[in-house]
Every structure is written in C-alpha cells, then in structure tokens.
Design a binder for this molecule. Structure first.
Ligand code: ADP
Ligand code: MG
Length: 696
C-alpha cells in the first residue's frame, strides 16, 4: 500500500481506526492478559524471534512482565527464547491452537495460556490469552493432597486389616441413625454383608452379642454417645460358626458445637487371643489360688490328723500309765481284800468259838485294810480328769487376791509374789476351788524352778481368741480370761514343755515331784472349756496361762468366802494336832483316838485347807497327814510349804507302801516320820505322843 490514500480508502481507514480503538478499549478492559506477537527472521535464522506488537494491562498482571510492546523476545527472555519460539512458532506454522498452564513466578500466579494463529498466516502473528487459574489450581492441589492422604490412610487401614488387628469397621451416622459396616464387620457379627452396606439398626447388631455382655455393651454405647470422645469396649459376638469370639470395639463419638452427637465411627479389634491368654493366666492364677487354698486346707487337715494321732498317742500313754497304776492297785486291792476277807473269816470263826477277846484284832485289821483301799482309790481320783466340777461365775481377781498371802507364805520370803489384776476383768465360769488349787500348784512349780529365789507375777487379762488364735491354741473361738503365772526361774526346754502335761512326768528328783500338777491343771482347764499354755525358754523363766471361758452374767459373791470354810479350832492351851486326810471316817477315827489322848485336834480334808491352817497362827504341835491328798499338793509338798513359816513343824505321815517314794523313800528330814498303813492304833498313839513330846 504505497499509494496515497483516497477518500474511500481514508473512509475505510477511519472505519478501521475506529474499530481498532473499540477493539483496544475492550482489549484494555478485560481482566485476562492478552498480547499479539509477530514473528520475524533474525540473526538466528528465519522466524527466529518475535516482537510483542500489542499487550493489554492484564498481560502485566498475569505474567509480571511490564513494557513488552515493541521488544523482541530475545530482549525480554534471552535464556528461554528458543523454547517460546518453538512453542508459539508451531502455532504459526501449523495453525493449531495450543493451550497450556504455567506458573509465573514474578506474578505468583498459575496461568492458563492459550495461543492461536492470526489469519491470514502471512501476517506471521499469534494471539496469546492469559487466564488466571490459581484458585482452581489450589483447589485441585488440596484435592490431590487429600486424595493422597486418603490413599495413605486407606493403605494403613488395609495394612491393619490385612494384619488381622482390625477385623471390621463401622460408621454410625447418629442424627440419621444409619449404621453402616464393612464386609469384615458383617462377618464378625454373623450378619449379611449386603445389609451392612445398606444400614443396620442397633438391635440387629446387638442380636448376636453374648447375652451376658449385651447389657454392658448398651451401657457403654449410650455412655459414650452422651459424653463424646473415645470409646473402647470388649465383648463376645457369635459368628456364623455359632461360636462366640472376643472383640474390642474401638471408636469415637463426635459432637457438634451445640453438643449434638453427630457421628460414631470405629473399628473392631480381634482380642480373642489376648483374652485367651488372659483367661489362661486367670485360670492359672485361679488354680494356683485354689491349690493354695486346698494346700492350706490340706495343711489344716494334716495338722488335725497329726494332732488326732498325737492325742491318740497321748491317750495311749495315759492308758499305759493308768495300766501301770491299775496293775499296782489291783495288787494292792487283792492284798487288802485278802486282809478284809481273812479278818472277817477269822472273826466269824472266833465268834462261833466264843473267843470274843480275839475279835477286836480282826476288826482293826479289816478296818485298816478298808482304809488303805480308800486311800488307794483316792490316789486314783487325785489325777483323774473326771472329777466333779462345780463351775460358777467367779471373780478371778478377787480369787487371786484372796490367795496371795497363802502363796507368799508357801513360796517363802526368797520369792516376791506380785498380783496384777486387770481392771474390768470379765467373770469366769469356773470351779473356784479347783482354780485355787491350780493357781497354788503353778506357784509351787514356779518356786521349784527358782531355788535361789526370784519373782512370781500373777496376772489376769481379758482375751479375745479369734479364729487363728483359736486354731493355734486348740480351743473354741470366743472370749476368755487368762490367769498367768510368770516366774524368773530355770525355764523349760521345748522337750519338757511337750511332756509337762503328761501325768507322772516330772524332772524333779525322786520323791520331790509327782508329775501330776500340770496334768491335773490341764484336765481341769479342758474340762472347764478352757486351755492351759506354757510359754517358756530355758534360762528365761516360764509363764503358764490358764484360759477360762467368760461368764455372761453377774458374779456370784458367795463363791469366794474363804474364811467361812477355815475352821479355827483348837485352843492355845492344849497341845494341838492337825489331821489332814480326805477320808472322813479315817479322820474321825484318828481324831477320836487323839482326843482320847487329850489333844486338841483340828481337821482338814485337803492340802489347800491344810496349808491354810498351817499358815495361820493357830497352834499346831504336830501335823498328821495322809500323803495322797486332793488339792494339788501331796502331803509332803504341803508339809514342805508349811515349814516355810513353821520351820520346826513336826510331821507324821501316814501312808500306804505305794506312797513311800513320794515322801522320800525313808530319807526324811528331821522332825518328819512315817507310818505305813495299816497300823495298830496303840502304835499310832505311842508314836504321836513320842513326837509331840520330843523337843524340837
Ligand atoms: P511336778 O511339779 O510334780 O514335777 P508338774 O506336772 O507340776 O509335776 O510339772 C511337770 C514338770 O514340768 C516339772 O517337773 C518341771 O520339769 C516342769 N515345770 C513345771 N512348771 C515349771 C516352771 N514354772 N518352771 C520350770 N519348769 C516347770
Ligand atoms: Mg508340780
């Protein structure tokens, strides 16, 4: 167009210019970036560079490149020029529009670039449109990221599922009450998988839960729905095979901002094995416990068995002892019976012969024999555990207080006697007289264990014997009071303790111990519903405790009237003889004889009463005593005790030959003599006179 423009052509030009202006206005107004590039041949060859002929303001916003119009590509981007020329050049060459995305760093935007050839191709122009796709890009990326995360998560779940830890999953849409589960879940619950996908009711799900676990499960579910947060619960579910398996449901309840429970997703864990292991452990523990229990039970049974065996042995030993004794007794009795029947026979012969002068002799002989028989019988009773007891409510503190003087005098001044009665002591149900004997006996044992003096402590206490104490003490559970005598003497070895209660067991020299004291106390305590225990160590002294059952009621104040039965007889003026014998007829006989001789006679029926008199200040010139006596002491022991306060006391023992060893086998102390029964009354009278008259 090198000719001058005519009107028409100016018109045309004007029209074209107006169009271009409009086109430019539009061009500048659009938000997208836009430019036209025109290729030309350069030093690098044909169509090897281009220049931006036009660019709107959007171009700069989208690409971050300003002032490109009129500039060659190689000026703007020398490094990447060839790639752009290749890209846009292909559009120019082929006429195929292209579209691609590119991130423009300076603008910080993701841009979708579309390029198309401007026709005709001879213009060598390409139009390029830039559209910002950053927002879309961001959304896509977020989507991709979440997809990736979901993939990872699902892979994890798959892994867990594959590993068998998770054996099912569920999702519970709470507002719509839609409970959906996956196939493994349906399998675990013995349900149809199709149903699981469609949605289940809670009732359907719970139907196969073990009936014992159902209540707990419903409770746990409603609890977590209400409180929200984590949920874990173990229970048994029946599968298609009809067996119950342990599972753990693990989930979480999400609440909306207003506190409405929204969703409750979760997984099922297989805890069958864990439960099995735990159950096995529990079973093992239980059987161990059971073993322990039965072990204890077996030990108790075994101990009881042993104790029974021991008791039988004791019984056997006792029987042996009784056998020896009865053997001796039978022998004695035969002799005595021979004496009695012989006397009676001779008596009847003399009577028939009319020889009355000889009659007395046989009567005396018969009486002597009968008396010896009585004495022997008495010896039996002395350690028999079947004496007649008279248990009454007794204030043991008062009993002890009433005895301390007697005890102190009995044990002598070298031993300090102390009584400690606990305040508020329960009354005991016991035969008071026997308890006095027992206490005295314990104190005599204590004295014997303290030849060089020491201390005796008598203590009372209330005792609760609980189950284990009852077991170890071999006595019924319950309330008891204890009466303990403690000494500071030699103590006892375990061996001696084991045998101490046996009848005739004594460690004392011949004639000093009968071995019957503790045996009698044991029999008495057991018969009273109580017990006796020895606590002792060699060299440390001994405590012997008598346990007596508590009496529930008032104390009988009559029980302990000591003075009432202490006969204060005899006068200071006359010579006085104390006769101690438990056989009333013998006592009467002797008393008559002695009174005929002009003596004042006092009588006592047992060793305690006798000792009480001996320790009073009643005048006693001679003690005539049987050796085998009730009251816990034999005649010898009573006499020894009496000599503590009456050192020169003269004593005449009257005894059957079987009792010789008790009084010392003939080795008697000065001032002591013995007459063996039976004896003539004249001989007896002569001996008494001789002894009373002798200067002491
Ligand atoms: P005895 O006193 O006649 O020997 P016991 O039955 O009273 O008979 O006592 C039996 C034995 O128990 C005694 O010989 C003695 O060995 C022992 N014994 C009893 N009491 C005590 C004690 N308090 N201290 C040391 N040993 C004792
Ligand atoms: Mg004794």
């Amino acid at each position: 167009m090198n000719h001058a423009p005519d009107f028409e052509s100016r018109n045309i030009a004007t029209t074209a210019e107006a169009e271009r202006a409009r086109y430019h206005a539009l061009f500048n107004a659009i938000d997208d970036g836009f430019c036209i590039i025109e290729f030309f041949d350069g030093p690098h060859g044909p169509l090897s560079d281009y220049v931006h002929t036009e660019a709107n303001p959007g171009y700069e916003r989208h690409t971050g490149i300003a002032g490109v119009v009129g500039k060659t590509l190689r000026e703007i981007d020398p490094i990447e020029a060839d790639r752009w020329i290749e890209l846009y050049g292909s559009v120019l060459r082929t006429g195929e529009p292209i579209r691609f995305e590119r991130y423009f760093l300076t603008a910080g935007r993701h841009i979708e670039v579309s390029a198309a050839r401007v026709e005709p191709a001879s213009l060598r122009q390409v139009s390029v449109l830039f559209r910002d796709v950053s927002a879309r890009k961001k959304a896509e990326e977020a989507l991709r990221a979440s997809e990736a995360l979901a993939r990872v998560n699902s892979e994890r779940v798959q892994l867990a599922l594959a590993a068998g830890a998770i054996i099912g999953t569920w999702f519970w849409d709470l507002p719509n009450d839609r409970f959906t589960v996956d196939e493994p879940f349906a399998h675990v619950f013995g349900l149809d998988p199709a149903q699981g996908r469609d949605g289940l009711s809670l009732a359907q799900v719970i139907a196969n839960v073990h009936p014992d676990d159902r209540g707990g499960l419903i409770h746990a579910i409603s609890d977590v729905i209400q409180r929200g947060g984590h949920y874990a619960h173990q229970y048994r579910v029946r599968r298609a095979d009809g067996r119950y398996y342990w599972i753990e449901a693990n989930g979480r309840v999400d609440h909306g901002p207003d506190g409405t429970p929204l969703s409750f997703p979760g997984v099922l864990l297989d805890v069958e094995e864990r439960r099995a292991v735990e159950a096995e452990r529990d079973r093992a523990a239980a059987s161990l416990r059971a073993l322990n229990d039965t072990l204890e039970q077996r030990v108790i049974e075994r101990t009881a068995e042993l104790m029974r065996a021991e008791e039988q042995l004791r019984q056997a030993q006792k029987m042996e002892a009784v056998g020896q004794l009865t053997g001796g007794l039978a022998h004695d009795f035969n002799n005595l019976l021979a004496g009695v029947s012989g006397s009676l026979q001779l008596l009847s012969i003399r009577l028939s012969q009319g020889r009355l002068a000889d009659v007395d002799k046989y009567v005396v002989a018969a009486q002597g024999a009968v008396r010896r028989a009585a004495a022997l019988t008495h010896r039996l009773l002395a350690f028999s555990r079947r004496q007649t007891l008279d248990p009454r409510s007794t204030d043991v503190n008062a009993l002890v207080n009433g005895m301390t003087d007697l005890i102190q005098r009995t044990v002598g001044p070298g031993i300090k006697v102390e009584a400690i009665g606990v305040a508020g002591l329960w009354p005991a149900l016991v035969d008071a007289g026997q308890l006095e004997n027992a206490l005295l006996n314990l104190c005599i044992n204590a004295r014997d264990a303290m030849p060089n003096g020491g201390r005796i402590t008598i203590e009372t206490a209330n005792k609760w014997i609980d189950r284990s104490a009852a077991h170890s003490h071999d006595m019924p559970e319950g309330q008891y009071l204890s009466l303990c005598v403690t000494d500071t003497g030699t103590g006892m070895s375990p061996d001696v303790i084991a045998k101490a209660f046996d009848p005739f067991f004594t460690t004392k020299p011949m004639g000093m111990g009968t071995g019957l004291g503790l045996s009698m106390i044991y029999g008495f305590a057991k018969q009273s519903g109580g017990q006796v225990r020895i606590y002792s160590e060699v060299g440390q002294g001994t405590t012997v405790c008598i346990y007596l059952p508590r009496f529930y009621g008032d104390v009988d104040s009559q029980t302990l009237d000591h003075d009432a039965d202490s006969p204060i007889a005899g006068t200071e003026a006359g010579e006085t003889i104390l006769v101690v014998d438990d056989e009333p007829s013998v006592r009467m006989l002797i008393t008559d004889v002695l009174e005929e001789l002009g003596y004042t006679v006092i009588e006592a029926a047992d060793s305690v009463a006798g000792l009480r008199l001996l320790q009073s200040n009643v005048r006693i010139d001679l003690l005539v005593s049987d050796v085998g006596l009730p009251g816990g002491m034999n005649g010898r022991q009573m006499a020894d005790a009496a000599r503590q306060t009456r050192p020169g006391l003269k004593v005449l023992f009257i005894t059957g030959y079987a009792e010789n060893s008790i009084i010392g086998n003939g080795h008697l102390e000065p001032g002591m003599q013995v007459m063996t029964k039976p004896f003539a009354l004249e001989t007896f009278s002569a001996r008494v006179r001789e002894m009373v008259d002798a200067s002491s």
